[in-house]
Design a protein around this ligand. Structure first.
Ligand code: IPE
Ligand code: IPE
Ligand code: MG
Length: 241
């Protein structure tokens, strides 16, 4: 199992399930997409709060493999929001030295969006600050299935021996292969479930479920959760300190 990269009090890698956009909008008597737009605007502030909180990796859940079950209007609105978001934010991320990556199953996304995702990864490829990973059409089970398919192909091609399939080699086939495991997973909106997010990688993560709806989640609340993480006793199966 991979460990945090640094032995500090703060979490090195925070993953966030950004939930509650729809309810936030409904509470205001507005359409759900209004909430998604407000939610997207929150992201920059949280990314900017990372260096002070000691967070080197931030991974955010933007769209799940299950979210296709929503209405065509909502799905199309979200896809259009993702395209516009990438176009609008990329220059700022380059300026702020933020390295952007995407995880998830790309072929199902439209070509224009995929092109923008590739371009964002290329444009920020040299950035050495915060590592922002956006999970888009991402599902933990789907990721493990796709990884297993590639692994099986390598075995069939004689590149990997079945005896060498283990906890070290399997994660090399995951979308997250260049990232450390998350130390802290936050979910907003009061739901206490993980909804298929980073299943393999979060085996030993700490969890925080907060009631705040994502469009109301602030840098202050983020910093407080990162601070509280430092007081937890992570045992990894051993005896506590
Ligand atoms: C999270 O907010 C964003 C996505 C899943 C795309 P929701 O849209 O799930 O908001 P609620 O849970 O309905 O309030
Ligand atoms: C999880 O939220 C997915 C994202 C935040 C992108 P959902 O709102 O889709 O999860 P469920 O349906 O409540 O489990
Ligand atoms: Mg939700």
């Amino acid at each position: 199992m991979s460990r945090p990269l640094r032995e500090t009090d703060g979490p090195c890698h925070v993953a966030i399930i950004m939930d509650g956009n729809g309810r936030w909008a409904t509470q205001k008597g507005r359409p759900r997409l209004f909430g998604h737009h407000a939610g997207a605007r929150r992201v920059r502030e949280i990314v900017e709060a990372c260096p002070d909180a000691g967070v080197k990796y931030l991974t955010i859940f933007a769209f799940s493999t299950e979210n296709w079950k929503r209405t065509q209007v909502e799905v199309a609105g979200l896809m259009s929001l993702f395209r516009r978001y990438i176009m609008k934010e990329m220059q700022a991320f380059v300026k702020e030295n933020v390295r952007v990556r995407f995880i998830g199953d790309r072929p199902r996304l439209d070509a224009k969006l995929r092109g923008l995702m590739d371009e964002a990864e290329r444009m920020t490829g040299h950035c050495t600050g915060t590592n922002l990973t956006i999970a888009l059409n991402y599902g933990g089970r789907d990721e493990v299935a796709r990884a297993t398919q590639r692994l099986a192909q390598d075995v069939a091609d004689g590149k990997l021996h079945p005896d060498d399939v283990n906890e070290e080699t399997l994660p090399r086939y995951l979308d997250t292969h260049v990232l450390p495991d998350p130390d802290l997973v936050i979910r907003t909106s009061g739901e206490a479930r993980i909804s298929n997010f980073l299943l393999w990688q979060s085996a030993y993560a700490e969890y925080e479920f907060v009631d705040t709806l994502w469009p109301d989640f602030s840098a202050e609340e983020f910093a407080a959760l990162c601070g509280a993480y430092g007081k937890r006793d992570r045992r990894f199966g051993a005896v506590g300190r």
